[in-house]
Design a protein around this ligand. Structure first.
Ligand SMILES: [Zn+2]
Length: 591
């Protein structure tokens, strides 16, 4: 404020009112820029007062004061390039923080940044889905930039000198907020100015990820018992390689991970219009669902499977335990990975969901679909590959990531399959109903039709297929569809889970366990099941894992959100979920 009147006093001497008016207008624009892009300041003060957190309160007000001064220093800089530089940085940061808040209903925090960083290959598709928020991004960015660079600037000599000395002051709130985040293990950036805080959050995350690369994994230490079969002969009598000779053993294990498929959007009622084929196939599968997912984000859920994470073993251990590929190789299974989402990587063929080159070394066949495949055909191409693999006599573990209901939903099915309307792309307004219509179309296309093809065309002899989705989905336009870190909707963790096997004995065991575990099915049962199928000893498996799908499970169903690797804190966010509740949206019930 002092700087401004200083400038007004000197520069405005012969220009008079218009200059003062210009300052007033700019100040007004800046106040509006800050006021409209920040939320919850008053509530935060009240909360800190109520809880008597005086130190935090002083720090909070201090950071805000520092930020406002820094903002004025940036906006009044006499040097054009400096003003443009800071205006660019601050406008971009504000636009990012504001549009994230608008899209998600929650503030951009450290684990949101971590999630975004890990899902950066999906930026294009996310942008298509959150298009409306992208407009906000543009609007806030442009308005902010204009408010920050427009004249008048300070012309008085003394003030100019001071502003030049303070040119880098705007870096101070960014550094201060980053320091708070580090000290508070990822927290502490709540309700701090959107003009700076999101940049601090991003800086901390990127630095952290760069400084703390994924450590080396250990080898499989368990003894391999021998091929898993209904009546497995003692391991001593079997030499590795005798697998093919044994008639009853599991030859192919298929882990089929769908994308964003919510359990209650698979309708098992005969003759229903949404997923009629699956309803017809119900007698051929053992249904464990609805189940709770491991994480509520693609990369965390997939990491839990591939890294063989146990429910009680989350944290740093997930980064050092053997992968399912390592377990498969030791059990003489070929390893096959099919990724139907790779086409959307900015850099095609790039590994996603925390996959590293080291992990990929244990994958014998790595099939990543490229951008030549149009999105509605992605799951069909994936299925063709699975069908081809199943023809082989050699034991194989096939891990396939479907494209499923990846957003934008309307991109995932052809025009001719637009059954439920109006869809998101036809709707005038983005609302739950249009989202649900679009979603139902894509589920019918890429899940229901998919399974009809699978059962019609594949040779399923000596095969076990475990099907689930990486996470569920939320259709409230004011929330993220999934990946919410704090206080996620239970629908984000609500996934289908079913198993197919042609082996009667397995089937009976699975069916018994499914009936006894109703309401407790979980992603965390899948890895121990696969390890058992690979032929590892159940006693070894139980030293680390929960019940497999062959066993009765009565644990509280829960899913996690945010970081599962303990990058900032060993605490894992766990969310119990009542799987017996009806979660279907009113808009979906009325259809
Ligand atoms: Zn996903």
């Amino acid at each position: 404020m002092g700087l401004m009147s200083d400038g007004q006093g000197a520069g405005g001497a012969n220009r008079g009112m218009p200059h003062g008016f210009g300052y007033g207008l700019r100040l007004l624009a800046l106040v509006a820029f800050v006021a409209l892009t920040n939320e919850g300041f008053g509530q935060r003060i009240t909360l800190l007062l109520d809880q008597g957190r005086w130190v935090t309160l002083v720090g909070f007000i201090g950071i805000w004061g520092l930020s406002l001064v820094a903002l004025l220093v940036a906006a009044l800089q006499g040097k054009t390039w400096l003003r443009v530089f800071w205006a660019g940085v601050i406008a971009l940061t504000t636009a990012a923080g504001f549009s994230y808040h608008h899209a998600s209903g929650s503030e951009f925090g450290i684990f949101d940044a971590l999630s975004l960083w890990n899902a950066r290959h999906e930026a294009t598709r996310a942008a298509a889905f959150y298009r409306e928020d992208l407009y906000w991004f543009g609007l806030v960015g442009i308005c902010g930039f204009i408010a920050l660079v427009s004249p008048p600037v300070v012309t008085a000599e003394r003030a100019r000198r001071w502003l030049t000395r303070l040119a880098w002051l705007p870096a101070l709130p960014i550094a201060a907020i980053a320091a708070i985040i580090v000290v508070k293990e990822g927290g502490g950036s709540e309700v701090l100015p959107t003009q700076f805080a999101p940049l601090s959050v991003g800086t901390v995350v990127v630095t952290r990820v760069m400084l703390d690369p994924i450590p080396k994994r250990s080898a499989v230490t368990w003894n391999w018992r021998g091929p898993f079969a209904p009546a497995a002969p003692p391991a001593e009598t079997l030499a590795p390689g005798s697998l093919v000779a044994h008639v009853d053993q599991v030859r192919h294990i298929v882990i089929l991970i769908d994308e964003s498929i919510r359990a209650d959007y698979i309708d098992w009622t005969p003759g229903n219009p949404f997923t009629p084929e699956l309803a017809r196939l119900k007698s051929r599968i053992v249904n464990f669902g609805p189940a709770s997912s491991g994480g509520n984000c693609s990369h965390y859920s997939n990491a839990i499977f591939r890294f063989g994470a146990a429910r009680e073993g989350l944290g740093r251990k997930v980064l050092t335990s053997p992968t399912i590929w390592q377990y498969s190789k030791k059990a003489n299974f070929r390893t096959v990975f099919i990724d139907a989402q790779a086409a959307f990587n900015r850099n095609p063929g790039k590994m996603q969901n925390f996959m590293t080159a080291e992990e990929a070394r244990d994958i014998d066949t790595f099939d990543a679909l490229d951008e030549k495949t149009p999105p509605p055909a992605l799951d069909d191409v994936l299925l063709d590959m699975v069908i081809e693999e199943l023809k082989s006599d050699k034991p194989a573990l096939i891990y396939a990531n479907k494209n499923g209901a990846h957003f934008p939903y309307d991109g995932g099915y052809p025009e001719s399959a637009r059954v439920f309307r109006p869809t998101m792309s036809e709707g005038v307004k983005d609302q739950a109903l249009t989202r649900i219509n679009s979603y139902r179309n894509v589920v019918k296309w890429s899940v229901d039709r998919f399974f009809k093809r699978l059962f019609d065309e594949a040779d399923l002899k000596d095969t076990v297929i475990i099907y689930t989705s990486d996470h569920g989905q939320v259709f409230n336009p004011d929330r993220l569809t999934h990946c919410t870190v704090e206080d996620p909707d239970p629908r984000e963790g609500l996934v289908p889970l079913f198993v197919y096997t042609d082996n009667d004995e397995f089937r009976n065991r699975l069916a018994g366990a499914a009936a006894a575990s109703r309401g407790h099915a979980s992603h965390f049962s899948i890895v121990p099941t696969v390890l058992e199928l690979l032929g590892y000893d159940a006693h070894d498996i139980r030293t680390i894992y929960d019940e497999s799908l062959f066993e009765k499970n009565t644990r509280t169903a829960e899913f996690t959100s945010g970081d599962i690797f303990g990058l900032f804190s060993p605490k894992v966010r766990r969310h119990p979920i009542d799987l017996t509740r009806d979660y279907l949206e009113p808009a979906a019930v009325d259809m």
